[in-house]
Design a protein around this ligand. Structure first.
Ligand SMILES: [Zn+2]
Length: 61
């Protein structure tokens, strides 16, 4: 299966939740070079909020 994690060349956010009892994993990357990743439902939720916040302020979108 292809690695769907975003990179600087393919910016965006990706969240994976493979099973109910398995913690979600997420990662994001922006054209400006900012990136992050998190594991765990709560952490991924924060990560996505962080990405949205960054996307709203970043000049490189
Ligand atoms: Zn950015």
């Amino acid at each position: 299966m292809a690695d769907l994690a975003p990179t600087v060349d393919r910016p965006g956010v990706h969240v994976a939740k493979t099973a109910r009892d398995f913690p979600a994993t997420g990662s994001y990357a922006c054209r400006c070079g900012v990136s992050g990743r998190a594991t765990g439902d709560d952490n991924v939720r924060d990560l996505v909020a962080e990405w949205i916040d960054h996307r709203n302020t970043c000049l490189h979108r």
